[in-house]
Design a protein around this ligand. Structure first.
Ligand SMILES: Cc1cc2nc3c(=O)[nH]c(=O)nc-3n(C[C@H](O)[C@H](O)[C@H](O)COP(=O)(O)O)c2cc1C
Length: 182
């Protein structure tokens, strides 16, 4: 897919920092290259006490088979970040390629809009489980790191279900780019 992208004209925030090892002047090439990296596009949900929330997340990876573990990179500005930090749990949902419309609902700030758009139940951890997705994993946070402007939450998978067959949604199905600037 050929996508026209308006790259930000402002340099990386850290580019003027003498401690930053980035080569001066590489911002444009870097952003263009990062923007071509391919990811799955997931809905991450979380809850703390009665509160629930969900967000779109693409900086996600499996990091262990035994025990089964995944890692998500979440910006501290996200409300979900606050809830994961409080509760120590999150659920990751794989969407089908024909569920790209859910990105629009879950990339905004309003939990009511998010959860009105799709059926859900409470999972074992208390996190919302979206029952119309391809499948999900519930995770308990085992570690967190802050190497850059996102927090890496390492989650051990404590429950998982596959609801249906289908091709998973990825950045090939989305015309925007998540650069993670803020
Ligand atoms: C395709 C896509 C991928 C995204 N990936 C991430 C991600 O990996 N980490 C992150 O912190 N935000 C990511 N976001 C941004 C959040 O989904 C967005 O800021 C959301 O409104 C956060 O909701 P919250 O503040 O209610 O938690 C992504 C957005 C889109 C559209």
């Amino acid at each position: 897919m050929n996508v026209a992208i308006n790259w930000p004209e402002t340099p990386l925030k850290t580019a003027g920092n003498p401690e930053n090892k980035a080569r001066p002047g590489m911002e444009k090439a870097l952003l263009k290259t990062l923007g071509k990296m391919t990811y799955g596009i997931y809905i991450l949900t979380t809850s703390y006490k009665e509160e629930v929330n969900g967000m779109v997340a693409s900086w996600v990876s499996q990091i262990s088979y035994d025990p089964p573990m995944v890692m998500v990179a979440i910006h501290p500005n996200r409300y979900s970040h606050h809830l994961i930090a409080q509760s120590g749990c999150f659920a990751l949902h794989l969407l089908a390629r024909n569920q790209a419309h859910l990105i629009e609902h879950f990339k905004g700030p309003d939990p009511e809009t998010k959860f009105a758009s799709t059926p859900w139940i409470r999972g074992k951890t208390g996190c919302p489980v979206l029952t119309s997705c391809l499948g999900y994993m519930e995770c308990e946070v085992k570690a967190s790191y802050r190497p850059g402007n996102h927090t890496l939450f390492v989650g051990e998978i404590t429950d998982a279900q596959a609801f249906s067959e289908g091709q998973p949604l990825s950045t090939f199905d989305y015309t925007g780019v998540y650069l993670g600037k803020e």
